[in-house]
Every structure is written in C-alpha cells, then in structure tokens.
Write a protein that binds this ligand. Structure first.
Ligand SMILES: [Mg+2]
Length: 241
C-alpha cells in the first residue's frame, strides 16, 4: 500500500497492509502552516527577529544549514520575552477550520490526536491555550527561557541524527508500532518522512508536490473537514477509508 521507495527504517514497505490496526486510528498533524493557518515561527521572526533572519532562512533553504540550526540561530537573536511572544501569537494566529471539531471527536472516541512539529513548544502551546485546547499532546522542541537566552531540548530524535532535530517519522513509527492506523496532515519538507510512514496522508504546498513527485498517495489538504470525515468513517466502520 505504501510507496515502495520510502526511506522507512523500521519496517518493510508491505508492513502497512499487513497491520491489524487493533488500536484504531490516531491523528497526527504538523503545526506551522497546517494546524495553524500561519507559519507562527515566521510570524514571530517577522515581528521580533533580527533584521537578518531572512538571510539565515535562505541559507537553510539553500541546504547550507539544518532546520535546527536555522531555528536556534534566528530565535537566539530575539530580544522579546516569552509572555510578549505568546501574547503576539494569541493576537495574530489561529487554527484552520474543523481542527476543534476533529479534536472533540477524537477525545469523545478515545482516539489519540497530537501535534508533531519541528518548531518550538511555547508558541504552539500559546495558540492551544488561546483556543481553550491545552490538552492536546505536542511533540515539538522543548524550550526554556533563561536569563542567558532560550535553551532547546530535542526528545524525538533518531539516534545518531540528533543534529537534524526532532523526527516526525519517529513519532509516526511510535503510533504505528502501537497498532494505530495513522492519519497525518502536513505541508513541508520535514513532513515527508512522516508522510512515507503514515497510513493516510493529507498534504498541501511543498509536501503535496513532493508526494506527487515520489508517487506517495495523498489527499489534498485545505482544512480539517475532510480529515475529520475520514477519521469518523474509519472509526465507525472499523475499516480503512
Ligand atoms: Mg508546516
């Protein structure tokens, strides 16, 4: 069922078809530009970042540095404190339509749902708090604000690949190993390793293009409405959508 050219390190390409999904569905979504309408990291950098942050981003886009380096360098230059940035997120960011309904449905039906992001926990949690949804698990970079600046902790890295930051593929693997049929939504290059492992992919932007190029099946993502219908259908019928 899965694209045979994937880079999955934990199973053979046929493992998806042979799984029983005894644990039911699980819903995982990227945050910036997917769960959130905005790229919240860039929103903060545009408002509070060093004027040269876009040059650093270009070096990252040119493949000259990792996302981890790009993020740590640009956020290191920010002078604003966390309450100021959290307030800005709450005033300027929002979730895509049907995100809340999907979360409520998952909660009511004991379906795990989580945000998986290579971004920073504090701005994700600020938006969840604004929306009154603080219970959603977040797999992101754990930050601490200290007098010396922000410290970063990466708890979801591949052994030996810590320099790449958190791995979304690793998180998808964990849910699949627990017997879940994984729904995943994302938009960017860092979502590709999750997309090749997930059982059903909702993609837009760069991820949709990359999935097309690599023959990875996906459904077009615009908001969480279609994903909600697909999760409900899977949950009620006990079969793949
Ligand atoms: Mg994204």
């Amino acid at each position: 069922m899965k694209h045979s050219g994937n880079n999955c390190e934990t199973g053979d390409p046929g493992s998806a078809a042979s799984q029983t999904y005894h644990s039911g569905p699980a819903v995982l979504t990227d945050f910036d530009d997917t769960a959130a309408v905005q790229n919240v990291a860039e929103l903060l950098l545009q408002r509070f970042g060093h004027p040269g942050w876009q040059d650093v981003r270009q070096r990252f886009r040119d493949g000259l540095m990792t996302l981890k380096e790009y993020q740590e360098i640009t956020f290191r230059e920010i002078q604003a404190d966390s309450p100021t940035m959290e307030r800005y997120v709450k005033e300027n960011a929002n979730f895509r339509p049907h995100f809340r309904e999907l979360w409520r449905y998952c909660q009511g039906n004991r379906i795990p749902m989580a945000i998986i992001s290579q971004g920073l926990d504090f701005y994700i949690e600020a938006l969840l708090e604004k929306e009154g949804l603080p219970g959603i698990p977040v797999y992101a970079v754990n930050t601490r604000f200290t007098p010396q600046g922000i410290t970063y902790q990466y708890n979801h890295t591949h052994p030996g690949k810590e320099e790449l930051g958190n791995s979304k593929g690793l998180v998808v693997d964990q849910f699949r190993q627990q017997g879940h049929y994984v729904f995943f939504a994302g938009d960017g290059s860092s979502d590709l390793e999750a997309a090749v492992r997930a059982d059903i992919v909702f993609a837009h932007r760069t991820l949709a293009r990359q999935c097309s190029e690599q023959n990875i099946p996906f459904r077009e993502f615009t908001d969480f409405g279609d994903m909600f219908q697909a999760v409900r259908s899977f949950s009620q019928n006990g079969s793949k959508p």
